[in-house]
Design a protein around this ligand. Structure first.
Ligand SMILES: Nc1ncnc2c1ncn2[C@@H]1O[C@H](COP(=O)(O)OP(=O)(O)OP(=O)(O)O)[C@@H](O)[C@H]1O
Length: 314
């Protein structure tokens, strides 16, 4: 389990992370979502003791990262895939890492095969593509068979097949009971990967809830209604509490009432319906909107001004 309590990190005048508190539980993939520059990498560096928080504290399995006796066996991290000694082969890179923590050769071979690099294990890591570099970084994270994984934008540079592969791997690692904390700026990717989401904007917590809850809350569905009796139907829908926007002479866009209810109203009123289609709002758009609100709020001076966005998020 990962815990962050009131984490704040400043770089000069710039506040990268502000009073951030959350808990990441084992058994599910938790997505760490935020626009570029929201503070995801900074938070992950703080969790891993690579940077010092100005205020607040964090722990992994109840202990500060610095106090872990065998860090690689407790928490595996993927921060920067390119941080590999370019002249070394993938195998020797992993072997060097393994030897610092008393991990054997067999485990090196195992993780190379888990990430699908067994055939290029003896090749120079410097010549690897970005996607292969990500796989190697992931192999390093898995080396100590850790119960906690912290992965910063792991799908970066991967092709669609690689993205699917890493998505399934993360789910499998979580299903094994591990804590999997993965950052991304891509809402749609997180929607299909993570069961729980921690969303930040400008270093502040905006949401901490299940992915389904976030989607339900963020999405504004509308219903497209086609009818030769559009005017009469519009009035009946409005009386029932729907918000109607005419869209041409025979079309209405309705908010705040679902398709089934609209069908019932038409039947009750004896009005002809040609079509009733629920239009799902784009998740990516909803996320951008949420992020934009937080940016505007925090730019606004006031403390705690993002409470509107965080409201009911637990
Ligand atoms: N070492 C640093 N010195 C100064 N400013 C920094 C430093 N590291 C991060 N920042 C700033 O802190 C803010 C948060 O950056 P961070 O990299 O944590 O965001 P992020 O959410 O990971 O973004 P991205 O998705 O682009 O990686 C940004 O405005 C960034 O410019």
């Amino acid at each position: 389990m990962i815990e962050a309590k009131n984490l704040t990190k400043r770089y000069g005048d710039k506040i990268a992370v502000q009073d951030l508190s959350f808990t990441v539980k084992p058994g599910v993939v938790t997505g760490f979502l935020g626009a570029n520059g929201a503070g995801k990498s900074t938070t992950m560096r703080l969790l891993l003791g690579l940077d010092r928080a100005d205020e607040g504290a964090s722990s992994i399995d109840g202990r500060r990262y610095q106090d872990l006796e065998r860090p690689l066996s407790t928490v595996g991290a993927l921060l920067e895939a390119r941080a590999v000694h370019t002249g070394r082969s993938a195998y020797s890179h992993l072997l060097c890492l393994a030897q610092t923590q008393g991990i054997g050769k067999k485990r090196v071979e195992e993780v190379l095969s888990t990430v699908g690099l067994q055939d290029v294990a003896k090749k120079r890591a410097g010549g690897f593509s970005l996607g292969m570099g990500q796989r190697l970084g992931l192999a390093a994270a898995l080396l100590g068979d850790p119960a906690v994984l912290i992965l910063d934008e792991p799908v970066n540079g991967l092709d669609p097949e690689g993205i699917l592969w890493i998505r399934n791997l993360m789910k499998q690692l979580a299903a094994e009971g591990r804590t999997v904390f993965v950052s991304s700026h891509l809402m749609n990717e997180m929607a299909v990967t993570a069961e729980h989401l921690i969303v930040i904007g400008r270093g502040r917590l905006m949401a901490d809830c299940s992915t389904q809850e976030f989607i339900d809350r963020a999405r504004k569905d509308a219903v497209l209604v086609q009818s030769p009796d559009a005017d009469a139907l519009a009035q009946a829908i409005a009386r029932a509490g729907g918000v109607v926007t005419p869209n041409g002479t025979q079309e209405l866009i309705v908010a705040d009432l679902d398709a089934a209810r609209i069908g019932e109203i038409a039947a009750q009123e004896g009005l002809v319906l040609h079509g009733v289609t629920t239009q799902r709002g784009s998740l990516e758009e909803a996320f951008m909107e949420l992020t934009r609100e937080s940016v505007e709020y925090s730019a606004d001076t006031g403390k705690g001004t993002n409470s509107k966005v965080t409201g009911g998020s637990k």
